[in-house]
Ligand binder design. Structure first.
Ligand code: PLP
Length: 385
């Protein structure tokens, strides 16, 4: 019997070790990991530069508290804010914590309470971020939610126009809805959303927890759409597997998060910061980001080519290396079969197979994944050719 609360429907395999794009289970079986720990291990497993940076910090100090000035925290904040074209950073420990802080920051800054989010969105599991999430299944059984969140359909500007008003503190969105099924924001909708926020004096919060840190081929997803959000949140890929989250904001918000207004014992932990600096060092490089865009086109082409004739595949959607394959066959048994065939992939929404390969995946590894996917889907799909 397990002494863990059964909050996770666990897979049948147990990892023994992992390196680069591969994970090995207790039986020595090798898997191509196109989950990247759910969008976390963007540089693959145990990238050498990150390991080195962590090791160096392990020999200095592990934790001292946020009562102290910490040079590396400052360096990480500078790196992160510059990459976002913004100014100030608050470090948290996770995505939900970063979003929680962003919600507090926006409400206090605006002096208003209402926040508009989108159907099928996912923002986390704390009380405020659960309330922000536009999916009923996440909230089931937990009683009344924070009532100041309003939900409108994603990519529907008229619905947003109907909901936004002078009581609105913020509009909060994902550039690509990840957990909700890989739904990509369209340019017109995003531009108009930003304009509406300006018009009504509301802040634009972009949740880049899954889309950020190079995942879409830019440092942040909003940079594909020429947006200038007031607040951006980051986590997942930022620490390459060490827990860290961040709220990035503009200078104008400085006084809102003054001394004593918000905090966290572990936020900006030195080991996580060391991991984040080495991660950003690698990913926020023009050449690296260009290589992600090239891999994205390569993967998309291969998928289109190989899955074209498989009737169960309804649509392929992607931005960078964030890929959703909409299917009309049972998703969890397909994912299990893929694992048996050596490929780790994820679900998203009800019927979307999600691929989040490491940004460092070699073309040969992309070929291998597509091959396994094609063969497995063919087995599954009766109308496959
Ligand atoms: C867009 C988005 N926001 C927030 C979260 C929550 O992050 P965490 O699980 O680190 O709390 C996630 C996690 O999947 C996410 O994808």
């Amino acid at each position: 019997m397990s002494n863990l609360f059964p909050t996770y429907a666990r897979w049948e395999l147990e990892p023994e070790n992992a390196e680069g794009s591969y994970l090995f289970d207790k039986n020595g079986k090798r898997y191509l990991d196109f989950t990247s720990g759910i969008g976390v291990c963007n540089l693959g497993h145990r990238p050498a530069a990150v390991q080195k940076s962590i090791n160096e910090q392990l020999n200095k100090f592990w934790h001292v508290s946020n009562l102290f000035m910490q040079e590396q925290q400052e360096a990480a904040a500078k790196y992160l804010s510059e990459a976002a074209g913004m100014d100030l950073v608050f470090f948290a420990n996770s995505g939900a914590e970063a979003n929680e802080a962003a919600i507090k920051l926006a409400r206090k800054a605006a002096g208003r309470q209402k926040i508009i989010t989108f159907q099928q969105s996912f923002h986390g599991r704390t009380f405020a971020t659960m309330a922000a999430t536009g999916q009923d299944k996440i909230k089931k059984g937990y009683g009344s939610m924070l009532e100041t969140f309003k939900y409108v359909p994603f990519n529907d500007i008229n619905a947003l126009k109907d909901e936004i008003d002078t009581e609105t503190a913020a509009v909060m969105l994902e550039i690509v809805q990840g957990e909700g099924g890989i739904h990509i924001g369209n340019q017109e909708f995003l531009t108009e959303t930003e304009q509406l926020c300006k018009e009504y004096g509301a802040l634009l919060i972009v949740d880049e927890i899954q889309t950020g840190i190079g995942r879409t081929g830019k440092a942040f997803g909003f940079q594909h759409f020429n947006l200038a959000p007031d607040i951006v949140t980051s986590a997942k890929g930022l620490g390459s597997g060490l827990p860290i989250g961040a709220v990035i904001g503009k200078n104008a918000l400085e006084d809102v998060f003054g001394p004593g207004s918000h905090g966290s014992t572990f936020g900006g932990n030195p080991i996580s910061i060391a991991a984040a600096i080495a991660t950003m060092n690698t990913i926020f490089d023009e050449e690296f980001l260009k290589s992600v865009q090239e891999k994205s086109s390569y993967l998309a082409e291969k998928l289109a080519e190989s899955l074209e004739q498989i009737a169960a595949v309804k649509e392929i959607r992607y931005l960078g290396l964030m890929v959703g394959i909409e299917i009309d066959i049972p998703l969890s048994s397909l994912l299990k079969e893929l694992r048996a065939n050596g490929l780790l992939a994820l679900p998203a929404g009800e019927n979307v197979l999600r691929l989040l390969p490491p940004l460092t995946a070699a073309k040969s590894e992309i070929d291998e994944a597509v091959q396994i996917l094609q063969a497995t889907l063919k087995e599954f799909s009766k109308s496959a050719v």
